[in-house]
Design a protein around this ligand. Structure first.
Ligand code: ADP
Length: 601
């Protein structure tokens, strides 16, 4: 065949390169990519057929039939490529529907069959085919023209749906395609259409939406993770709101009742309920604080001497009150041979035991909760073994591993009415880990659960008798006679609470509601043994007031910050500022007593 094969060969080379790059890449599965893949493949096959046809006469001399078959295949290729290209335009314009696809297939089939059936003549010179012509070729031109008209129609009717850069190959196709058609009509030997199509296909490669699938997958994973965290937070907030409102409801309700009640016994009973509800509220807030400490890796274990039996009995009493009137029996077995005193963080040990016991009580509708504490002694170490067994709803096997994740709550149908935040076990596990202990779970869904904790504690050499002697000795030393405290707080109720609590220790107090008033009192020569200073006050903060007081070299009154700013690290911050001590609100009477012991005694 006497035409310039260089175009076809170089086009074949380039499109093969593009094909390698394109198919080697992980692609998003969408229609645009599918049609584009077909366009590449058809272009490669078309060019291969074209190149082969060029050498056909030489490879098979005199075999005109083979040559004619390949010439027809070229016609098939042209129809296929333009059909795919117009389908591609349909896809990118967002007009692809199953009915459109079917219509496309039918029209393509008709065009293909017609072009194959129509006669095709071959112009030869000296036995070598120069080009083909005749009705089949004419029909190819008509079919191409129809496809082009369709493309123009789609472009005009869906102007806004198609992204600007996607127009580039289409417009170039129109310009170069028309040019090639004219040139080929003038000189039928010049076969450059397939090369133009290669050029268009290569251009299209740069306009195809083909984001990196790996990155997409990672983004998706991150999105799922963020969604999950967000949902957990939303759930947490809604359950928190419920958790907080429940005790608040009791506090509010009983307070109103007290105001209307005259019977002192009823008032006392209701006040006790208020205390229990506020205790509950405090536990919730402390839970949130604990989680914030855990996240900041700042949860610390503070070891002091404590009476284990008392702690474990306290927990049992607390758990008993939580059973209410459910038909659940609490069996408590605290080994009588527990050492009198242990060294450890009793607050945290209590928290761990209470969490497990509260859960057992919460998630058991009937039956029993068996709570036992044992000690395995080795030298001066007591391995505390705390076991809580219940006949409750149990935990599914697949959930056991997730049990200690924060905010995880399971079996929502079964525990829809059970209050909880999903923080308890996360905190419990962390506390056990911090004390180098172990926690185990065994549960049969629908039957019950067993939680076991083992923690080593150092046995204190003191015995109960020694301690009580010392205690009594210490107690007798405490005397707050003639001691006076200045309380600084902008909130009147807080002033009242602090002053009333001080009264219970026999300590008298003056109350002021701002930093300025505090400074005036001191400058006016009032003498105090201690100042309890709120920090967050309008005007001068407690810290600012304290700094101003300190500027006076004659000021030596101990100042203890009394604040609701109780998040992790605050105590250390205030001590760094120079405050003598720190008490968080709500005031724990024991904490107040500790401070009074130090500064008034
Ligand atoms: P909360 O009880 O506040 O939801 P926890 O962290 O203490 O949070 O417990 C997490 C989840 O583990 C609970 O919501 C519950 O589904 C399950 N669970 C914990 N203890 C028990 C138990 N003794 N019996 C059955 N399910 C339990």
């Amino acid at each position: 065949m006497n035409y310039n094969i260089v175009f076809s060969l170089s086009s074949f080379f380039y499109i093969s390169l593009i094909a390698i790059i394109y198919f080697a890449k992980q692609r998003v599965k969408n229609k645009e990519n599918t049609v584009y893949s077909l366009l590449i493949v058809s272009n490669i096959i078309g060019l291969a057929v074209e190149v082969f046809t060029a050498f056909c006469g030489k490879i098979f001399p005199g075999q005109h039939l083979i040559e004619e078959i390949f010439l027809r295949l070229i016609v098939v290729y042209f129809i296929t490529w333009i059909s795919l290209f117009s389908y591609y335009v349909t896809v990118i314009s967002g007009k692809d529907k199953p009915s459109t696809r079917n219509t496309f297939k039918v029209i393509y089939g008709i065009f293909l069959i017609t072009s194959v059936l129509l006669p095709l003549h071959v112009k030869r010179r000296a036995g070598v085919a120069l080009y083909s012509y005749g009705p089949s070729i004419k029909f190819l031109y008509i079919a191409t023209l129809l496809y082009v008209l369709y493309i123009i129609f789609i472009l005009l009717t869906n102007f806004k749906n198609i992204k600007t850069r996607k127009y580039i190959p289409i417009i170039i196709y129109f310009v170069f395609g028309t040019l090639a058609a004219i040139l080929q009509m003038i000189n039928p030997q010049l076969l450059i259409t397939s090369s133009i199509e290669t050029f268009i296909t290569i251009l299209m490669y740069h306009t195809i939406e083909n984001p990196d699938v790996t990155i997409l997958r990672q983004l998706n994973m991150e999105k799922n993770r963020a969604d999950k965290a967000n949902n957990a937070k939303t759930e947490f907030l809604s359950s928190m709101s419920h958790e907080i409102r429940t005790p608040l409801n009791a506090i509010d309700g009983f307070s109103q009742l007290i105001l209307e009640e005259n019977d002192i016994n009823v008032i006392k009973e209701e006040a006790r309920d208020i205390m229990s509800a506020s205790q509950n509220l405090l536990e919730i807030v402390n839970g949130i604080l604990d989680i914030s400490k855990i996240e900041a890796n700042k949860l610390e274990i503070v070891n002091v001497e404590y009476e284990p039996t008392k702690i474990f009995e306290d927990v049992s009493k607390l758990a008993k009150t939580r059973i209410g009137n459910k038909p659940v029996k609490l069996i408590t077995n605290i080994a009588p041979d527990l050492p009198d005193y242990l060294n450890g963080d009793y607050g945290r040990i209590k928290q761990i035991t209470l969490n497990l016991l509260t859960n057992a009580v919460k998630y058991t509708k009937e039956g029993y909760v068996d709570y036992s504490v044992k000690c395995v002694r080795k030298d001066n170490v007591c391995r505390l073994i705390i076991i809580v067994k219940d006949t409750g709803i149990g935990i599914k096997k697949e959930n056991i591993d997730k049990l200690f994740n924060k905010f995880e709550r399971f079996d929502s149908q079964n525990n829809i009415t059970i209050e909880g935040t999903g923080l308890g076990l996360a905190i419990t596990k962390k506390l056990v880990d911090l004390m180098n202990g172990k926690i185990v779970v065994d549960s049969v869904y629908g039957k019950g659960s067993l939680f076991g904790v083992s923690i080593d504690q150092i046995i204190s050499p003191r015995t109960k008798d020694q301690k009580s002697v010392e205690n009594t000795a210490a107690d007798t030393l405490i005397s707050y006679n003639n001691r006076k405290v200045l309380i600084v707080d902008d909130n009147k109720v807080n002033l009242k609470v602090a002053s009333k609590l001080l009264e219970t220790f026999g300590v008298s107090s003056d109350c002021v509601s701002s930093g300025d008033e505090c400074i005036s009192k001191i400058n006016d020569g009032f003498i105090y043994d201690l100042i309890l200073m709120d920090d967050m006050m309008p005007g001068k903060s407690g810290t600012e007031t304290f700094k101003l007081l300190k500027q006076n070299p004659d000021f030596h009154i101990p100042v203890v910050v009394l604040t609701a700013n109780a998040i992790e690290g605050m105590r250390e911050n205030y001590i760094k500022e120079g405050f003598n001590d720190y008490i968080s609100k709500p005031i724990d009477k024991k904490e107040l007593e500790r401070v009074l012991n130090i500064y008034l005694n």
